[in-house]
Design a protein around this ligand. Structure first.
Ligand SMILES: Cc1cc2nc3c(=O)[nH]c(=O)nc-3n(C[C@H](O)[C@H](O)[C@H](O)COP(=O)(O)OP(=O)(O)OC[C@H]3O[C@@H](n4cnc5c(N)ncnc54)[C@H](O)[C@@H]3O)c2cc1C
Length: 397
């Protein structure tokens, strides 16, 4: 069980005169509400906006969204697909979300009216035919008008195509435009735009839909038992000839920065480069750097992140001693959680960061290295303490 203490993303905060977000530690949302935003409290007290339910009518039609979870959450692409389905659903249509893997997120906030979680599936396990059977069984149970999946290379795109082929369903892939009646994709090496009526299976390209919704879904959790053998009527995935050879872990340092999910990055404020590199190894994170750190010869040019370096999309990006110049921020615009460690609370990176630690980079890196060594000794294993961004991300979720 995950016993990590999670930070409430809706915890109260105030905005300082410089426009910086300051978390009000130890204060509950209720207490924050009692502060008078018109006068008594410094700055503006954040209140959660209450969103209306999209529909409360009895459903007559279903749109099904299927996606794999990543460490208990849906990634941005999957959220966009779910939002797309919710946006084109009318008042008599319910949006059912089928999640492969454990899901601990807020399905209602993402626009789902019903949530079916299949925790026995895991993105790290390759079981395409079992997943096909599960999807087919869900389709048989709910008879959705359309099925939506993210068109990605991490399982959902494959599952959608596999289902469409097995069920002889109509399908549109790489969809970049969608409304209630039609979908569209670029074809012929992006020289033409193909438009068609909404097919049975819609595979949406990333960034087609804005995932922030003005409403919420009902978010009802459905207990649905899938026994592994109950394939949907008329859909056969064929013999299970797939053998899962497992996932080969590679050294994070060998990973292309563009593909890294967890990056620690050093700027001009990092003086102890060997300690920084040791931390990256311990955390299982890839190494990035600002242009100044690269120009200084501390890191090779391929580590530079920013306008004239690499653009990265990590779930967690920790910036040690980086000011956050506009050219650097350009390279991290798609990162999910940014943590900054900086002596200067007014550095531009603090505005971009989800969490800013006002501290010396050298001391923080040393403390993290020590904490990692202590945790490793306590566990009595030689394994890396944090082998992925999961822990850092868990702390921020
Ligand atoms: C055309 C052009 C393209 C560019 N492209 C890029 C690019 O691709 N990538 C890029 O990064 N930059 C790029 N730059 C450079 C960019 O403008 C900044 O100069 C650079 O990003 C600054 O790097 P830095 O934040 O590491 O250094 P600095 O600006 O020197 O900032 C260092 C930061 O570390 C903090 N600090 C200092 N000591 C400590 C300590 N002991 N502990 C904690 N914090 C400390 C400081 O408060 C400061 O915020 C480009 C510039 C131009 C003009």
């Amino acid at each position: 069980m995950n016993t990590l203490k999670r930070i409430d993303p809706r915890r109260p905060f105030t905005i300082t005169a410089e426009g910086l977000k300051r978390i009000t530690l130890g204060m509950t949302a209720d207490l924050a509400g009692s502060l008078d935003p018109m006068g008594a409290a410094p700055g503006t007290v954040h209140r959660e906006q209450v969103k209306m339910r999209r529909t409360t009518a009895a459903p007559q039609r279903v749109l099904l969204v299927a996606a794999h979870a990543d460490r208990g959450a849906l990634d941005d692409h999957a959220r966009q697909v779910l939002a797309g389905a919710a946006l084109i659903a009318d008042a008599l249509t319910e949006v059912v979300l089928l999640v492969f893997g454990e899901f601990t997120g807020d399905a209602a906030a993402l626009g789902a009216d019903k949530l079916i979680e299949l925790p026995m599936f895991d993105r790290r396990r390759f079981a395409p035919l079992d997943e096909l059977n599960a999807l087919a069984a869900c389709v048989a149970a709910y008879a959705p008008a359309h099925i939506f999946l993210p068109d990605n290379a991490t399982g959902d795109g494959d599952l959608g195509r596999r289902y469409a082929a097995a069920a002889r369903a109509s399908v549109a892939t790489h969809v970049v435009e969608i409304d209630t009646a039609h979908v569209a994709s670029y074809v012929r090496a992006n020289t033409a735009f193909a438009v068609r009526a909404l097919p049975d299976v819609v595979l949406l390209a990333p960034n087609t839909v804005e995932p922030k919704l003005p409403f919420v879904g009902a978010g009802e959790r459905v207990v649905w038992r899938f026994d592994g053998a109950s394939a949907g009527a008329g859909v056969s995935g064929g013999e299970n000839t797939v053998r899962d050879l497992g996932i080969e872990e590679i050294d994070a340092a060998q990973l292309a920065l563009e593909e890294a999910d967890f990056i620690v990055s050093a700027g001009n404020g990092v003086s102890d480069v060997p300690a920084f590199e040791r931390l990256a190894t311990t955390l299982g994170a890839a190494i990035g750097a600002s242009r100044v750190a690269v120009d200084d010869g501390k890191f090779t040019r391929d580590k530079q992140i920013g306008a004239t370096g690499k653009t990265v999309e990590a779930s967690v990006y920790i910036a040690f001693g980086i000011s956050g110049a506009v050219q650097h921020l350009q390279g991290i615009k798609d990162c999910r959680h940014v943590i900054a460690v900086n002596l200067d609370a007014s550095a531009p990176i603090a505005k971009r960061a989800n969490l800013t630690v006002i501290a010396d980079a050298r001391e923080t890196i040393a403390a993290l290295n020590e904490a990692a060594a202590a945790a490793r000794n306590a566990r009595g294993t030689g394994a890396a303490l944090l082998n992925s961004s999961a822990v850092a991300e868990g702390a921020l979720a």
